[in-house]
Design a protein around this ligand. Structure first.
Ligand SMILES: CC(C)(COP(=O)(O)OP(=O)(O)OC[C@H]1O[C@@H](n2cnc3c(N)ncnc32)[C@H](O)[C@@H]1OP(=O)(O)O)[C@@H](O)C(=O)NCCC(=O)NCCS
Length: 135
């Protein structure tokens, strides 16, 4: 763990790789999680084991990220040498099911994302989506 800003009452399990990120109060991080630089995680949010949270992702408060959730921060361009970082924002009270993949999108508040979903588009507040592509 390197350069991590940690709030109060935060739990970080063993076997995690966290660097340059910011965790709010009462955040829980399960084992085998990687959280990259510039990620922010809001108060009371929970990141379950085996999830990967890359640079460019911001997660709000009271969120539940289940197991093996994968975030991304680019979309691949035709030129393989070119890399454009894209961002993802997750609102408050969002629940993301196990093994979901989140492309760079904006997700509102009170959203539920089904297990195994592939999220390719923005999701408005108070919505449940599932499937690939998630609808
Ligand atoms: C998406 C979800 C919230 C929907 O819950 P629900 O409203 O109770 O859904 P239902 O079980 O009534 O199923 C409704 C329909 O959606 C389908 N469905 C349910 N979950 C699905 C999913 N994750 N992906 C694709 N389809 C799904 C069902 O097959 C059913 O289809 P049908 O109408 O053709 O029969 C829930 O199934 C889910 O995926 N929760 C995440 C659980 C999780 O990952 N927990 C982590 C714990 S560690």
């Amino acid at each position: 763990m390197k350069n991590v800003k940690i709030g109060t009452n935060v739990t970080i399990s063993h076997y995690t790789n966290l660097y340059g990120c910011e965790l709010g109060n009462n955040v829980f991080v399960g084992p085998f999680v990687e959280i990259q630089s510039n990620v922010k995680i809001g108060d009371n949010s929970r990141i379950s084991s085996h999830s990967f949270i890359c640079s460019g992702v911001e997660i709000g408060e009271n969120c539940f990220i289940a197991h093996g959730v994968m975030f991304t921060n680019d979309k691949f361009t035709e030129n393989r040498d070119e890399w454009i970082e894209r961002t993802t924002s997750i609102g408050n009270n969002v629940r993301i099911g196990s093994n979901a993949t989140i492309l760079p999108v904006k997700i509102g508040d009170n959203v539920v994302i089904g297990a195994g979903a592939v999220v390719t588009k923005d999701i408005p507040n108070n919505t449940t989506v599932k499937g690939n592509p998630a609808k």
